[in-house]
Design a protein around this ligand. Structure first.
Ligand code: HEM
Length: 408
């Protein structure tokens, strides 16, 4: 799966598939299909008519860096529903990014929150241990991450209504983003779209009720007190709450790997040093495994040409398996590979890069590094996680229903 090729798009290896063949192959098993394409054609492939897959780290970086200029965001969870506009680099969203990043700057607030999160995770472990299992792994971890982000956003006054409505919104949203196809605007009154709008409205209302209660030092409290208008604040926070649960998938993978590697789990339980373990989980199982872009006009980028209307699929999952810095065994879960390793730009992109770099990346990293040591210290995970299958319909998750756990 190695190597890279600098050429015009006409020279890119192509699968020769028609649009309908491509759609069927992609829908049957997305990751497996891409894996075959990369193995057969290399890390830059034309998958079908005007559809490209990028698994090469330096081209991935070029596309990410040139987002908003040459390559536009596409899909639902991007900016489009927030603004009702597809303008590249929409100034209102860019302004929101600055506002949100500034509000997250305080280290003492973040650190105090992480102490709370560790305690919260410990309480979850206690409950699971009493039951001898985690009954619905995804639902449990989603509750943990949704309540963590709500508490970080509003402070101690965060109420459960926002968390409840976030989870309903996610259910409605995932039906839509689980499908690879944009629903034409004319079909926006399909039942699933209606459910999506209804769930978003309910979440916005819950956020509207929570904003006045947010503590002064909290992220939302600071934004509120800066005079930022309430309507976009409510709307943008729906995106933040939905994205705030992405660490759910990463925590599921962390449990899987703890079950697969009992010796490593013993070591982590003893030392509590989980930094490289978290990095390796994010490398091998990047929750946002596929990033999508489109071109509105003909684009040439680093010697590659993409006609107007191209769909460019950029995959952290395959970049992380293809980047030379990860050596000859990129498919192996091996946290010690991180000793002294500083991946070159584009090689390690679990949070993306460039102008759309993850708005919750710093928070998520700190959160994972607060929760994973608690899981490692408290739980012995049964080894039945060895052969879990992948669920690539939403954030990349293991297909895992319940999980047996015992106390350490
Ligand atoms: C481990 C967990 C997470 C991973 C792996 C992850 C990954 C990513 C990636 C790869 C992108 C770039 C997408 C693109 O360029 O198309 C992104 C964007 C984004 N993320 Fe995250 N994310 C995580 C957690 C979070 C959290 C906790 C939040 C919010 C609290 C969040 C909010 C966002 C937002 C709002 C964007 C869109 C940024 C923009 O378009 O300007 N993410 N994330």
């Amino acid at each position: 799966m190695r190597g890279s090729q600098a050429s015009g798009s006409r020279d890119l290896p192509t699968t020769g598939m028609s649009q309908s063949q491509l759609t069927i192959a992609y829908e049957t098993d997305r990751i497996e299909f891409f894996r075959r394409c990369v193995a057969q054609h290399g890390p830059l492939v034309q998958l079908g008519p005007a559809t490209y897959l990028i698994a090469d780290h330096s081209y991935a970086m070029s596309v990410l860096k040139n987002t908003d200029e040459q390559f536009q965001m596409t899909r639902v969870l991007g900016r489009e529903p927030a603004q009702g506009s597809r303008d590249p680099g929409h100034p209102k969203w860019l302004e929101w990014r600055d506002v949100m990043l500034t509000a997250q700057k305080s280290d003492p607030v973040l650190s105090a929150h992480m102490e709370w999160v560790a305690g919260h995770a410990d309480a979850f472990c206690e409950r699971w241990l009493r039951a001898g299992q985690i009954h619905d792994v995804r639902a449990e971890l989603e509750l943990l991450t949704a309540s963590s982000f709500a508490r970080y956003a509003y402070g101690e006054g965060a109420d459960d209504e926002v968390v409840r409505r976030t989870r309903e919104f996610l259910t409605a949203l995932l039906v839509i983003i689980g499908s690879p196809f944009e629903i034409p605007h004319s079909l926006r009154f399909l039942p699933r779209k209606r459910r999506f709008f209804k769930a978003r409205k309910a979440l916005e209302e819950a956020i509207g009720d929570a904003i006045p209660m947010a503590s002064e030092a909290s992220v939302v409290g600071q934004i509120r007190d800066s005079g930022y208008p309430l309507a976009p604040l409510r709307r943008y926070m729906t995106t933040m709450h939905a994205a705030g649960t992405v660490p759910t998938a990463v925590l599921m993978w962390a449990l899987v790997e703890l079950g697969r590697q009992p010796e490593l789990a013993d070591e982590l339980a003893e030392t509590g040093e989980c930094g490289d373990f978290v990095k390796e989980v994010l490398r091998l199982w990047p929750a946002t495994w596929l990033i999508m872009r489109e071109t509105l006009e003909d684009v040439t980028c680093d010697g590659l040409s993409f006609p107007a209307g191209s769909v460019v699929l950029l995959s952290p999952f395959f970049v992380h398996r293809n980047a030379p810095c990860f050596g000859p065994d990129p498919e192996v879960f091996r946290p010690d590979r991180w000793m002294g390793l500083r991946p070159p730009p584009g090689s390690y992109i679990p949070f993306g890069a460039g102008p759309t770099w993850c708005l919750g990346g710093r928070f998520a990293e700190r959160e994972l590094n607060a929760i994973v040591p608690v899981l490692a210290r408290r739980l012995r995970v049964a080894s039945d996680t060895r052969d879990v299958a992948l669920d690539d319909r939403r954030s990349l998750q293991p297909k895992l229903k319940s999980l047996r756990v015992t106390a350490r």
